[in-house]
Design a protein around this ligand. Structure first.
Ligand code: 13P
Length: 337
């Protein structure tokens, strides 16, 4: 294992004012997103949308890495070069989603285990040779009546740790993502407890598998009530609960936390990160690996203005700038106007 390379990559990804753009939607998910804004989904339209995103002139001020999907890492940028080469040339590291999706967990209705370990070593080696320097694997944990089960927590933690060990052997920094979903009517305290259980099980498995923690990034959910819960919490409470949880339940050797947005609006995800960065010092960088919270308005704007790409670029530039400011705790709501 090349621990120097892993540490260098992980620290680069959470460098000052920068974070990760999650553009690794599977073809199924991306098709839904495109159809949602009235665009037919095809390899060409997915390529056109993403290549335009990556060509935004100031992207690298806020984006250190982009997570790609298998289709995208093989596609071309606006100048005809390969997307991974194009990103490297812009001082942005390409990453790759390597799980093959959340599949039904045997004997546990409504729960899933994320698959993709078979052949993972060979796929990681190929992606590394194509320029990828980090990877992502997302485990899905649902809160509900009697959920999550111990089986869901432990199978997903085990898979995350085996994935992380294989990635590191192949020179890729693993993003470990145990996502506790916002779906449901649980309160924030329940989200806190389940997140603790998922993280604790994951670190236990990482220890068994010999995962090198200074060469890992964690991609967690923030602590929030379920979408259907009657009481919302304010920005400060979410930030305080999330920061307390991370300080106590994440090994301090990890260089950075890169949050998912998980269905929060663009402004909510930015406000929460901003508040957390105002509550420092922290033992690790607090950054982003947002999908929807960086792309939602940009995708809509692109769909409506495909003959004037400067419109979607200016919307994406704004979102990037807001995320960049939140890394320093310097964002404020009036900047959204
Ligand atoms: P969201 O920020 O839209 O939740 O996506 C992040 C991600 O990559 C989920 O795996």
């Amino acid at each position: 294992m090349d621990t120097d390379l892993l540490e260098e990559t992980a620290n680069f990804l959470v460098g000052p004012g920068r974070g990760i753009l999650a553009a690794d939607e599977s073809n199924g998910t991306m098709s839904k997103r495109l159809e949602g804004v009235g665009v037919a989904s095809s390899p060409e339209s997915r390529n056109a949308y993403r290549a335009n995103l990556f060509a935004m002139p100031t992207m690298s001020e806020a984006i250190s890495g982009v997570i790609l999907y298998d289709e995208t890492i093989r596609q071309q940028a606006v100048d005809g070069t390969s997307i991974p080469d194009y990103l490297h040339a812009r001082n942005v590291l390409p990453g790759i989603k390597v799980d093959t999706g959340a599949k039904p967990l045997a004997g546990h209705e409504n729960e899933t285990v994320t698959e993709g370990l078979d052949g993972l070593r060979e796929r990681c080696a190929e992606y590394f040779s194509m320029g990828a320097r980090f990877a992502k694997w997302r485990a899905v944990i649902k809160i509900g009546n009697g959920l999550p089960s111990d089986a869901c927590i432990s199978t997903n933690a085990h898979a995350l740790a085996r994935y992380a060990a294989i990635c590191q052997e192949q020179g890729l920094v693993p993003i470990i993502e145990p996502e506790v979903l916002m779906e449901g009517n649980h309160d924030a305290a329940r989200c806190y407890d389940v997140t603790v259980d998922a993280l604790s099980a994951t670190w236990d498995e990482c220890k068994i598998q010999g995962v090198y923690l200074p060469g890992v990034l964690l991609k967690p959910n923030m602590v929030l009530p379920g979408k259907d819960h009657s009481t919302r919490i304010d920005v400060e409470t979410c930030a305080r609960m999330t920061v307390d949880l991370l300080h106590e339940h994440v090994p301090h050797e990890i260089p950075g936390i890169v949050f998912l947005s998980g269905g929060q609006t663009e402004v909510e995800a930015t406000a929460h990160l901003n508040m957390m960065n105002n509550m420092g010092p922290h033992p690790f960088e607090l950054s982003y690996s947002y999908g929807r919270a960086l792309q939602a308005t940009t995708l809509k704007t692109w769909a409506d203005n495909q003959n004037d790409l400067s419109k979607s670029h200016s919307v994406f530039a704004h979102r990037c700038k807001m995320a960049h400011l939140a890394r320093f705790g310097k964002w404020s709501e009036d900047l959204e106007a």
